[in-house]
Write a protein of this length. Structure first.
Length: 438
């Protein structure tokens, strides 16, 4: 197996100059690592203008967070000189590896590489290729914010694959609608016919390795973090674990919590909202401003309700995964209220190891809702009052109902684990390539 990734650090660039190297995974599996070096200006335009924030925000229905319209001159220049250039470099690396191993399958990942599959297909028409998109896919109207040639190139590039995978039926249907709208492609029985070939489009929500994650939850760093948290936790703990990303809807979550404290004064002094946030893309202005808005929202709740040593919101912005896993084990309510999410692994990780029959409050627009909705308290991510009501429902839920819901979440995650997800992807690819061969 060969893993192809961008060279980011100076050390990465030195490794890229030496050529691919042989590595060993934590599980002992051997793999080949190939790092691709890019022109710094091209990579900055690719990552900081075209992919993040434009594509990310568009696909999370958040284009209003952009400092300038997506169709502006800066985006078009970044697309042509950054996004297209980086995709071409990845395609070149893939083609080199296919010369070494012509029978290898190519597995593209996510929104950074929409153009690369078409470039590979033109040079390697028989290659077996699968592309999994980890973020939401919006309806055709959302894509009209981009120049026509860009949205056409995105969908054409993806349809150069044998299989396009998404997390949910909702995102799959939206992708199929876009293919019809922008390429005049023929959609039939879950596949798309375009440019003389058929692409299978499937929906398989990603998951985790339950045994590996439970082992992590029992590790020394997590147990030590849990001891500290248990010693200082209040009677009731509301938790969120997220990146400081506009899509995560953190500000509305704090506003809903403040409304909860206003309406249910009996909870004041008994509950705390613990927000463990990982700083995200702080070299992009829109993300810097959003991080500041998160801090302001947390301080507003604390200044209004805090008293006598009680801190209603405890906000920590740092990269500390052990602390996050420890908090997974201790929450009474887990809030996942994303505006949109391709899936949301927090909603799967946390219930797996929780020890307090914690209740999941889950956005209807999180991809995980398709799977986990029957055992969650569902919320409209734009409805602050509804989220306040959901938090109260979760905090006051009867013990038997809490336990029933948590057991249902766990069973779903264990049965539909990471191995099952990967097997489904490969089965789709086998079907698609065998059909082509027939």
């Amino acid at each position: 197996m060969t893993w192809i990734a961008s060279a980011i650090s100076d050390e990465d660039h030195a490794v890229a100059a030496e050529g691919p190297i042989e590595e060993t995974s934590r599980e002992g599996a051997a793999y080949r690592l190939r790092l691709v070096a890019h022109d710094p200006d091209a990579y900055a335009a690719f990552y900081n203008v075209a992919a993040n924030p434009t594509l990310w925000l568009l696909q999370h229905s958040l284009l209003d967070h952009l400092a300038e319209p997506a169709v502006g001159e800066a985006f078009v220049e970044a697309w042509d000189e950054g996004y297209a250039a980086v995709n071409a470099a990845f395609a070149h690396a893939v083609l080199d590896e296919l010369e070494r191993q012509p029978d290898a399958a190519v597995f593209f990942q996510d929104y950074h590489l929409y153009l690369a599959p078409r470039l590979v297909r033109e040079r390697a028409p028989a290659a077996a290729m699968l592309h999994f998109v980890h973020i939401p896919w919006q309806e055709p109207a959302a894509w009209l914010a981009l120049p026509e040639r860009v949205r056409v190139a995105i969908h054409d590039g993806l349809l150069a694959n044998d299989v396009v995978g998404l997390h949910t039926e909702r995102w799959r249907r939206a992708f199929l609608d876009c293919c019809e709208a922008f390429l005049d492609a023929r959609v039939e029985a879950g596949s798309v016919e375009h440019d003389g070939r058929a692409t299978r489009v499937s929906a398989h929500p990603i998951s985790l390795d339950p045994a590996e994650f439970r082992a992590l939850a029992a590790s020394s760093p997590v147990l030590e973090a849990e001891r500290r948290l248990a010693a200082e936790r209040p009677e009731l703990l509301v938790l969120r674990v997220d990146r400081t990303d506009p899509s995560k809807n953190i500000v509305r979550g704090f506003e809903a919590y403040g409304l909860l404290l206003e309406r249910h004064q009996e909870l004041q002094g008994r509950v705390q909202f613990l927000a463990l946030l990982d700083p995200s893309r702080q070299d992009i202005p829109e993300y810097v401003e959003h991080a500041a808005a998160i801090d302001r929202a947390a301080r507003a709740v604390n200044e209004r309700f805090g008293r006598d040593g009680w801190e209603p919101v405890r906000l920590r912005v740092e990269d500390d995964f052990a602390a996050s896993v420890a908090a997974y084990k201790q929450y009474d309510v887990l809030l996942v209220n994303a505006v949109f999410d391709g899936l949301n692994l927090v909603a799967k990780e946390a219930p797996l190891v929780n020890r307090r029959d914690g209740v999941l409050v889950l956005s209807e627009n999180a991809g995980a809702h398709q799977e986990l909705g029957p055992w969650a308290v569902s919320v409209d991510p734009f409805d602050v009052e509804g989220q306040a009501d959901a938090l109260y429902e979760a905090l006051t839920m009867a013990p038997d109902e809490r336990r029933r819901r948590l057991e249902g979440l766990r069973a779903q995650v264990v049965e539909h684990d990471l191995a099952a997800w990967l097997a489904a992807q490969l089965a789709d690819l086998d079907v698609a390539t065998s059909t082509i061969g027939a």
